[in-house]
Design a protein around this ligand. Structure first.
Ligand SMILES: [Zn+2]
Length: 234
């Protein structure tokens, strides 16, 4: 994982820290400070060996669905991986009186508890691809980086679409404009069908996202930099 810097500012191999999956301790005991929430990653990898990528986000579009009782639902086919139910992990009941209640998943105990929400039974089978985190954000997983990024981006897009749909409906009702029927989301059959399609159609957006990252100028990679550039960044 990246060390104590925003992932977008990771430049070289020396910006990365390797951790043991078993307890999130650094492989190199001399390594610099790292992310406190690395336990999110290690505990998910530990519980679900088929998972190779974990993404944790504080997305502002998703946050409202973690705190006000409005359930996140799959609004369109691209977000079928959400399933018909997106669980919410709440860290607060795990706190004891003296804990610093900063919401961070910064221990094996908290990480293990979050990881268990990806499965209804709490054990080995990964049932949910996304878990919301109360007043905090969300975490998603994939068997590849590509799959996890796809799910992270479209979880955020789905939240925006759902918010717009609810806002539009309520505005229309408030204005006395006729609204026909209920607000519709994907049902279980459509979710199942879309999930297969989602996994089969990730290459197209993935190639675009890579181009966007390379073109935006913020992300720099040591292996692609000129020597003078390298000196500047170091
Ligand atoms: Zn966080």
């Amino acid at each position: 994982m990246s060390g104590d810097r925003a992932p977008a500012l990771v430049f070289s191999h020396s910006d990365l820290i390797q951790y043991h999956v078993s307890d999130s301790t650094p492989v190199d005991p001399q390594s610099k400070k790292g992310y406190q929430e690395r336990f999110i990653h290690s505990e998910i990898y530990k519980r679900f060996p088929e998972i190779n990528s974990v993404i944790h986000s504080h997305s502002e579009a998703v946050l409202p669905y973690t705190m006000n009782g409005v359930a996140m639902k799959p609004t369109f086919h691209i977000a079928g991986f959400l399933g018909t139910h997106v669980p919410i992990y709440d860290i607060v009941p795990m706190y004891s009186e003296d804990d610093q209640q900063d919401m961070l998943v910064n221990s094996c105990r908290f990480g293990d508890s979050l990881a268990s929400k990806f499965s209804s039974s709490g054990v080995g089978d990964l049932e949910h691809k996304v878990v919301l985190m109360a007043n905090h954000g969300f975490t998603t997983v994939g068997t590849s980086i590509k799959q996890a990024v796809y799910r992270a981006i479209y979880t955020q897009v789905n939240a925006t679409v759902q918010t717009n749909a609810i806002t539009l409906r309520n505005a229309a009702l408030g204005a006395g404009i006729g609204v026909e029927g209920e607000l519709q989301y994907l049902n279980a059959k459509q979710v199942k069908g879309s999930l297969k399609m989602n996994d089969a159609s990730q290459d197209r957006p993935w190639k675009l996202w890579i181009e966007e990252v390379e073109a935006c100028g913020l992300y720099k990679n040591e292996s692609k930099s000129t020597p003078s550039n390298e000196t500047t960044r170091k």
